[in-house]
Design a protein around this ligand. Structure first.
Ligand code: FAD
Length: 484
């Protein structure tokens, strides 16, 4: 990190970690289940009611299913031998449809991230920055032409559907980076921001908690301790960072299995514990969860062959794809990149950029709606690609074109296109800070002004909070193994 302040710098250390795009990971899990194990996947299906049989066991549930426009839905009854509640910060709400009282077993903790241009905050590898006068540390992570910074860890009691990117948390992150570097960042450098909620378990004396803290975490904590920074669980006081990241599997009297708490890093262990309970409940004897050795869809059979840098890829490249595009696609789709290459062949326009300045191709939007259950423009721009999280303004500028690209595939008329574009525009304005024109980078102002369909640049208003309508933890990028 070239901008790191070196005064008083005594030592540095390197440790190895992993990072994952949470939306793509969740999608790959669902795709694996559907393509190889017979799962039926329904997006935009909200469980609203549970029905109990005469023996007080749940035998069916009513689901509100929509085509991506939540105002347009129909209700479907689903019958099953067993229902699993794996709804993160919403899990207590679901349990309250089954149990007489709301269990209040989850303490949501908000975390926000901000995206900055990589030119402003260059870094070759991810860096951990201890926060001055706080026992937490934050991460600065390279992400294509951007760098993202996060996360915060704040107790949250607002509506779980709409965690906001609070101004104080943005200031906390900017200050932490500015204290440690010479980057001199201001709000006008922010290209996007997002908030998520961690479903942390409220501690109780009787909790039956699964999963021990991984040994690597303990080692990481030790190293952090030695060099004087704190990781989660080590800081003092009533912070949500002190709450456990363990998970819990609970079976209600009526047979609802709820898995709560946990982390992205431990999702397989959470799945294993849950599936084993399902098997027990439906009486399938000695069957056990397969997850431990299960490769996800898109994983190459000879994985070692694919562990190389861009320079060594030439012999695997299709005719019309360069090494950088190949790497971008392979990281996102694995062996399923072939389907995108085919779309390039079908129509050369599919190889054009989806959003100016970002690495995504138009083919990826087509693939998202034909193969990845995307039903809304937000799905495509925020959860299948992460364009909105990379660069909110550029995404807004391309939103209509993307909507028109997928409209014939999703049967959208003009009204639906307009409403999808408006929803994305609302998300964009909540992801960007409200700042006066005078504080904006002059280059950015001229760039923005030249965008014909933008209208006037937003003026500041009295709002002190950046609203974010994304729902809960599902829109975050996770750095696995960090107890964030
Ligand atoms: C800022 C932040 C940073 C994090 N960093 C890390 C990290 O570094 N490492 C790590 O391991 N973990 C990290 N986590 C934690 C991790 O992201 C969460 O533990 C994980 O996303 C929770 O997954 P989940 O499937 O339980 O819940 P979610 O991802 O929230 O999924 C719940 C799903 O249930 C759906 N749902 C809700 N109600 C209903 C209903 N009535 N009917 C049908 N569906 C419903 C929701 O739409 C949602 O899709 C982080 C979390 C945050 C917020």
């Amino acid at each position: 990190m070239p901008t790191l302040k070196t005064t008083n710098l005594v030592a540095g250390f390197i440790y190895y970690d992993a990072k994952a795009d949470d939306a793509r990971l969740a999608l790959s899990v669902a795709k694996t289940a559907s393509n190889y194990y017979g799962a039926v996947v329904g997006t935009y299906c909200e469980l609203i009611k549970m029905h109990h049989s005469e023996s007080a066991k749940i035998d069916s549930a009513i689901v509100r299913a929509s085509d991506g426009d939540k105002t347009n839905y129909r209700e479907i009854t689903i019958k099953a031998k067993c229902f699993v509640n794996a709804t993160g910060v919403w899990s207590d709400d679901l349990r309250s449809l089954d149990e007489p009282t709301h269990p209040h077993s989850i303490t949501p903790a908000r975390g926000i991230h901000i995206t900055l241009s990589r030119e402003k905050l260059p870094c070759d590898i991810a860096a951990v920055i201890p926060v001055k006068k706080d026992k937490r540390s934050i991460f600065v992570i390279p992400w294509g032409d951007q760098t993202y910074v996060g996360t915060t860890d704040t107790a949250y009691s607002g509506p779980v559907d709409n965690p906001e990117v609070a101004k104080e948390e943005v200031e906390y992150l900017l200050k932490a980076v500015n204290d440690a570097t010479t980057a001199n960042l201001t709000e006008s450098d922010i290209k996007s921001s997002w908030a998520g909620l961690r479903p942390l378990l409220t501690p109780t004396e009787n909790s039956e908690v699964h999963h021990k803290e991984p040994i690597l975490h303990k080692i990481g904590a030790k190293i952090a301790d030695l060099v004087g920074i704190a990781v989660d669980g080590q800081s003092n006081g009533e912070k949500t960072a002190d709450l456990s990241r363990n998970h819990q599997v609970i079976i209600s009297r009526s047979g609802l299995i709820t898995v709560t708490g946990g982390k992205l890093t431990t999702y397989r262990k959470m799945a294993e514990d849950t599936v084993d309970k399902v098997v027990e409940l439906v009486g399938k004897g000695s069957l056990k969860s397969l997850t431990k050795k299960l490769p996800l869809i898109g994983c190459p059979s000879e994985i070692s062959k694919f562990r190389f840098g861009v320079s060594n890829t030439s012999k695997y490249l299709p005719d019309n794809v360069d090494a950088i595009a190949w790497k971008h696609l392979f990281n996102r789709y694995g062996t399923r990149s072939d389907a995108i290459f085919q779309l390039f062949k079908d129509d050369p326009n599919n190889k054009s950029p989806l959003v100016k300045g970002l690495p995504y191709f138009r083919a990826e939007a087509i693939y998202a709606v034909t193969n990845e259950w995307a039903l809304s423009l937000e799905d495509i721009l925020s959860r299948r690609t992460r364009a909105l999280l990379h660069d909110a303004q550029a995404t807004k500028d391309s939103a209509r074109e993307v909507a028109e690209l997928v409209a014939p595939l999703l049967g959208w008329d003009n009204d639906r296109i307009n409403s999808e574009v408006s929803k994305v525009e609302a998300l964009v304005s909540s992801a960007l800070p409200d700042i006066p024109d005078s504080q904006r980078d002059q280059d950015d102002i001229s760039k923005l002004a030249s965008v014909a369909n933008l209208g006037s640049i937003r003026k500041t208003n009295s709002s002190t909070t950046l609203k974010n309508t994304k729902t809960g933890a599902r829109n975050t990028i996770k750095d696995e193994s960090n107890d964030n």
